[in-house]
Design a protein around this ligand. Structure first.
Ligand SMILES: Nc1nc2c(ncn2[C@@H]2O[C@H](COP(=O)(O)OP(=O)(O)OP(=O)(O)O)[C@@H](O)[C@H]2O)c(=O)[nH]1
Length: 435
């Protein structure tokens, strides 16, 4: 067994420990998928099996002096299309499952609703100027796929933790991440004391919450000012925690703005921490890139442009932005040139190759109805496209296996709950007849 497969096995076991289930069948299947990945040294590249070999390229467009090759899909309506058979459908079959909660908190007009609207509703940043102030808690389900599956709660600016009608214990108990938004263009002293009160109250109820601080609206700051503000806020927030004897609380700090990709990148990191399968997905991506001569690979949620996993090489903002732009180009071109009334902009046929003029190739391929793999490949490595395609096929299969483990765990939990409930009903409802 090669080292990477052993890593994957270990990663899967880690994931299984999160889900209380080490499924030997799925483990074996993942191992198969891992060993299937071919190394670039294999000579038989031309004859390599290509499961989705493009047969008809319908559209060619110029982009950054490069060639975009798109397959325009032929299936009905857009993102909200119902699952097709033979497309991997990762929508959650168990609606009763408790979804992790992400809370958006912060002072009034700090930008909470704008963040939610821009990231999850595709609102253009300028339109947020007309958003009205939120005066009650707004809850929203984000269930794009099994991996991106949570609830967002947008809070009004000023919550009174001491108001008896505000049951903050109940709210914090089911929370996975608390995002506290600070307006960097405003005086942030009040925001800092509010942050402290919020974090300490939440920590007392649920010490497992991830505390995420968005230093927001940084588009209005110079680069030096951004760094200085970040350092100052981090220092003061940590000092306040240390004074309260709570230095063990970790605050993750991000510089964000809705006017660039920083808000998507920050949200990606927040969401990734809530995906128990993350180590497995990362290992799969590592195996995939190292066997295919790929420089960098991202697994994207196409609807929100959140990346749910990437390989272990560092992420730089420009690379991430290019990937987001590529997704937009693919969807836009499909919308404009797809056959009228007969095509979704994104489906299992979706595939795009963009050759940049710096000998880099961008490669996008559908993984599931909502997920896409976007890779950076050197031109010389991309000459072995058959190999990349074949390894992609193995990667896709392995993702399906990871998903299957999750489905099995949920199914068995649901079954156990049913048994437990019917036993309780039998005990409470029907009087026991003495033997
Ligand atoms: N410059 C800049 N302005 C932003 C940014 N994000 C939000 N805004 C603006 O900030 C203002 C307040 O945004 P909201 O989203 O309504 O703020 P909120 O925190 O939800 O406010 P409440 O509902 O009152 O708590 C709006 O005019 C937005 O256009 C950003 O990244 N940069």
């Amino acid at each position: 067994m090669c080292r990477s497969v052993r890593h994957l096995r270990r990663a899967l076991q880690r994931m299984a420990s999160h889900t209380d289930d080490a499924n030997p069948e799925a483990l074996a299947a993942i191992e198969d998928a891992g060993t299937c990945l071919q190394s670039p040294s294999i000579k038989d590249v031309g004859g390599c099996h290509q499961p989705h070999r493009p047969s008809a390229f319908l559209k060619t467009t110029e982009y950054h002096q490069s060639i975009v090759t798109l397959r325009v899909p032929k299936n009905p309506p857009f993102y909200l299309a119902r699952p097709h058979h033979n497309i991997l459908d990762f929508t959650d079959p168990f609606s009763t499952e408790v979804k992790p909660r992400i809370l958006l908190m912060g002072l009034r007009r700090s930008g909470k609703s704008s963040i939610q609207k821009v990231v999850f509703h595709k609102m253009s940043p300028n339109e947020t100027l007309f958003l009205e102030s939120t005066n009650k808690i707004c809850r929203e389900d984000v269930s794009n796929s099994s991996f991106v599956n949570f609830q967002i709660w947008d809070f009004p600016g000023q919550i009174d933790f001491f108001d008896p009608t505000f049951d903050y214990e109940m709210i914090f108990r089911g929370t996975g991440a608390l995002i506290f938004v600070i307006d960097s263009q405003d005086d942030y002293m009040e925001a800092l004391s509010r942050l402290h009160l919020t974090v300490t109250s939440a920590y007392k109820v649920n010490p497992d919450i991830n505390f995420e601080v968005f230093i927001h609206k940084v588009d209005g700051l110079s680069d030096d000012h951004k760094i200085e503000t970040q350092r100052d806020i981090h220092q003061r927030a940590n000092d306040n925690l240390a004074d309260a004897g709570l230095e063990k609380i970790h605050l993750s700090i991000y510089l964000t703005s809705i006017y660039d990709h920083s808000i998507f990148e920050a949200f990606s990191k927040v969401v990734q921490k809530l995906i128990p399968q993350l180590p497995t997905l990362e290992n799969l991506l590592n195996i995939f890139i190292s066997n295919s001569g790929i420089e960098k690979a991202f697994l994207f949620d196409v609807v929100s442009k959140i990346y749910i996993a990437t390989d272990s090489t560092p992420v730089d903002m420009q690379t991430y932005e290019l990937c987001c732009d590529m997704i937009d180009v693919v969807i836009d071109i499909s919308c404009i040139y797809g056959l009228e009334g007969a095509g979704t902009p994104y489906d299992k046929e979706s595939l795009a190759i963009i050759r940049l003029n710096n000998t880099t190739v961008l490669y996008l391929k559908e993984v599931t109805k909502f997920l896409a793999l976007v890779c950076f490949v050197r031109e010389e490595s991309f000459e072995r496209k058959g190999l990349v395609d074949y390894n992609f096929h193995c990667f896709r299969k392995a993702i399906q296996e990871v998903f299957d483990v999750r489905v099995k765990v949920l199914r068995s939990r649901k079954h156990l709950n049913q048994i437990r409930n019917s036993r309780l009903a039998a005990i409470n409802g029907k009087p026991r007849v003495p033997a």
